[in-house]
Ligand binder design. Structure first.
Ligand code: NAI
Length: 530
C-alpha cells in the first residue's frame, strides 16, 4: 500500500541559497515574518512588519530504527498499534467478508497525507508525501515494548480488545505472542475507575513511589541497552486517570514534585511518575490521555533537563471534527450559540470513563476546543471587558459520554451546532459520527512518536547581527504536535491554538522551514496576474 511504501531518503532536495546539505546535517536559513501590533483607542491598529532571521539544523544521523515504549500496551490502542505495525512489516493481508484487505497507515498525517511543494513547468501543482520532507523513522522500523497493569500476553490482549478483523488477528497472533507479557506497571487504584481493578494483576509491588520511579527508569535503560538504540519515546496510552490536585509545595515546582515522589505523596499519579522517569532519562514523553500528568512541577523539570514532553489526549474523532466545524462557522461570520456533544462507546476506555472523576478529565479536555476561535471574533462574541467577567461571551458547550457495551470500540458521537444567522435567524447542524476509535487513534500515536523523534534532532539559532551564536534544542513542550492532540500542551504563558487548519499549517511551515522553504501559501499569485 502506498502509505506503507518505503521512499528514498533523499526524496526531496532543495537547491537554493537557504539550504545546505552535509553528511551530518541539513542546515537552513529561515526568515520568521510577523507583525507587531499596537491597538489604539480600542479600535485602531498600528502595525509594523517584523522579520527575524533563524537558522535550523537537522541532524541526519542514521535513523533506521527508533524505540516506542507504550504505557498501556495491552489496551485497545496498544494492541492495535502493535498488530498494525506487524501486519505492515510482514505484509499480512486478510479476508474480510467482502474483500482481501492489505495493511496500510491510512489516518496518519505523515504517511497518508501530502504537502504541496509548488508548480511544475506546465503550471500544475506538485504534491509529495509529508513524510518525504525530512528524514524520519518509518513506522515499520519502530522497536516496540511497554508496560501494562494487566499481565495478559499481547496476542490474548489483542483478542480481548476486539478491534481487528478475526482473519488478521489469526495471522498476526504468533508474532504478538513473541512479545509475551507486558512489563509490570504502576497501579494506584485511586487514579482510575474501580471497575479496572480486576485487570491489575501485573503491578510493581509496594507503595514506594521512589522505588516505582527507579524501576521505570531502569526499564527504559534496559530496553535501550537490549536493543542497542538510543532513541526512545515513551507514550502514555493507558487508562484516563483522575485529575491530580495542584497543591503548592507538592507538585507546583520541579523540586516539589521530586520530593513528593520521595515521600510517596498521594497526589502523584502513575502517569506523572512515568513522565518524571522519562525526563530524568532524557527521553521524550507523550501523554495520549486527558489527565493533568504535566502538573507545573513536571513542566519545570522538563525545562531544567531540556527533555521533551507533549500532550494531552489524542484528537481522533468528535473533537477533530469540532476543531474544523467551529472554526468554519466562526470564520464564516456565523455565531454558534450552543454546541452539544453526546458520545457512547463500549470499550474498556468507555467503562473507565463511566466513573465520574475519570469522565471529568475527558470533559475538561474536550471542552476548551472552541475557546480560541470564539476569542478571535469580537464582532460575534463580546470580550471579557465588555461583559465585565473573567471570560468573554461564549457558546453553551456540553459534553456527555455514556458507556454502552454493545457498540464496543465503535464510538458514536452526536453533535448539534446551533447558531445565530442574519436577522435573528437560526441554523442547526447535526452530525452523527461513527468513530472506530482505536483505528483512528493508532495512526495518531505513530505520527506523534515519529514527529517527536524528529523534533529532538532539530536545533535552532536566532541570527542577530551575524553573531556566531550556539545552536539550541527546541523548547521542551512540543506544541508543534497539537494537530493530533485534543488539549494541546503549550509553553506556559502562550496561547493554545485549537484550529485544525492552523495546527497543520504551523507544522507544514516548520518542516518546510527546516529545508529552507517558505511556508505554505494559497496566494497562487501567478494565477491572478496576466
Ligand atoms: P484501554 O482501556 O483499552 O487500554 C488502556 C490500557 O492501559 C489497559 O490495558 C490497562 O490495563 C492499562 N493501564 C491502566 N493503567 C495503567 C498503568 N498505570 N500503567 C500501565 N498500564 C495501565 O483504552 P484505549 O482505548 O486503548 O485508550 C487508551 C487511552 O487513550 C485512554 O486514556 C483513552 O481515553 C485515550 N484516548 C483514546 C482514544 C481512542 O480513540 N481510542 C482517543 C483519545 C484518547
Amino acid at each position: 500500500h502506498p502509505t506503507a511504501a518505503r521512499r528514498p531518503a533523499d526524496a526531496i532536495t532543495v537547491q537554493g541559497e537557504n539550504t545546505l546539505y552535509t553528511d551530518e546535517h541539513i542546515t537552513s536559513k529561515f526568515y520568521n515574518r510577523g507583525a507587531d501590533v499596537v491597538v489604539q483607542d480600542g479600535n485602531r491598529y498600528l502595525i509594523k512588519p517584523a522579520v527575524t532571521p533563524f537558522e535550523f539544523r537537522l541532524s541526519a544521523r542514521s535513523l533506521r530504527l527508533g524505540i516506542l515504549m507504550l504505557v498501556g500496551i495491552g489496551g485497545n490502542n496498544g494492541t492495535t498499534l502493535v498488530a498494525t505495525i506487524l501486519a505492515n512489516r510482514h505484509n499480512i493481508a486478510w479476508h474480510t467478508k467482502s474483500t482481501i484487505q492489505r495493511p496500510n497507515y491510512i489516518g496518519s498525517l505523515l504517511r497518508a497525507s501530502t504537502i504541496r511543494l509548488g508548480l511544475d513547468a506546465t503550471g500544475k501543482d506538485i504534491y509529495a508525501p509529508l513524510s518525504d520532507l525530512l528524514p524520519m523513522v518509518h513506522p515499520n522500523d519502530l522497536v516496540l515494548g511497554g508496560w501494562d497493569i494487566s499481565g495478559v500476553p499481547l496476542d490474548a490482549a489483542m483478542k480481548r480488545a476486539a478491534v481487528l478483523e478475526w482473519d488478521l488477528q489469526r495471522q498476526v497472533a504468533p508474532y504478538m505472542k513473541e512479545f509475551g507479557t507486558p512489563l509490570p506497571s504502576i497501579y494506584y487504584p485511586d487514579y482510575i475507575a474501580a471497575n479496572q481493578e480486576e485487570r491489575a494483576d501485573n503491578v510493581i509491588p509496594g507503595n514506594d513511589k521512589s522505588f516505582h520511579l527507579e524501576q521505570i527508569r531502569k526499564d527504559i535503560r534496559n530496553f535501550k541497552a537490549t536493543n542497542n538504540l538510543d532513541q526512545v519515546i515513551v507514550f502514555w496510552t493507558a487508562n484516563t486517570e483522575r485529575y491530580s490536585e495542584i497543591i503548592p509545595g507538592v507538585n507546583d515546582t520541579a523540586g516539589a514534585i521530586l520530593s513528593s515522589i520521595r515521600n510517596s505523596h498521594e497526589e502523584v499519579a502513575p502517569s506523572t511518575v512515568f513522565a518524571v522517569a522519562s525526563i530524568l532519562e532524557g527521553v521524550p514523553f507523550i501523554n495520549g490521555a486527558p489527565q493533568n500528568t504535566f502538573v507545573p512541577g513536571v513542566i519545570e523539570l522538563a525545562e531544567q533537563h531540556k527533555s521533551f514532553i507533549g500532550g494531552d489526549d489524542l484528537k481522533s474523532g468528535q473533537t477533530k471534527l469540532k476543531s474544523v466545524l467551529a472554526e468554519f462557522l466562526v470564520n464564516a461570520g456565523i455565531k454558534p450559540l450552543s454546541i452539544a456533544s453526546y458520545n457512547h462507546l463500549g470499550n474498556n476506555d468507555g467503562q473507565n470513563l463511566s466513573s465520574q472523576r475519570q469522565f471529568r478529565s475527558k470533559e475538561i479536555s474536550k471542552s476548551s476546543v472552541v475557546d480560541d476561535m470564539v476569542a478571535a471574533n469580537h464582532l460575534l462574541y463580546k470580550t471579557k471587558a465588555e461583559v465585565e467577567a473573567e471570560q468573554g461571551e461564549h457558546p453553551d458547550h456540553i459534553v456527555v459520554i455514556k458507556y454502552v457495551p454493545a457498540v464496543g470500540d465503535s464510538k458514536r458521537a452526536i453533535d448539534e451546532y446551533y447558531s445565530e444567522i442574519m436577522g435573528g435567524g437560526r441554523s442547526t447542524i447535526n452530525i452523527f459520527n461513527e468513530c472506530e476509535d482505536s483505528l483512528l487513534a493508532t495512526p495518531l500515536i505513530l505520527d506523534l512518536t515519529i514527529l517527536a523523534e524528529l523534533l529532538t534532532r532539530i536545533q535552532y539559532r536566532q541570527l542577530v547581527n551575524d553573531a556566531d551564536v550556539e545552536f539550541k534544542p527546541l523548547y521542551p513542550v512540543l506544541s508543534l504536535l497539537s494537530y493530533m492532540l485534543k488539549a494541546p500542551l503549550v509553553k506556559p504563558g502562550t496561547d493554545v491554538v485549537n484550529s485544525l487548519s492552523r495546527q497543520r499549517n504551523a507544522l507544514e511551515t516548520f518542516l518546510k522551514a527546516c529545508i529552507g522553504l517558505e511556508g505554505s501559501s494559497d496566494l497562487l499569485l501567478e494565477t491572478r496576474i496576466w
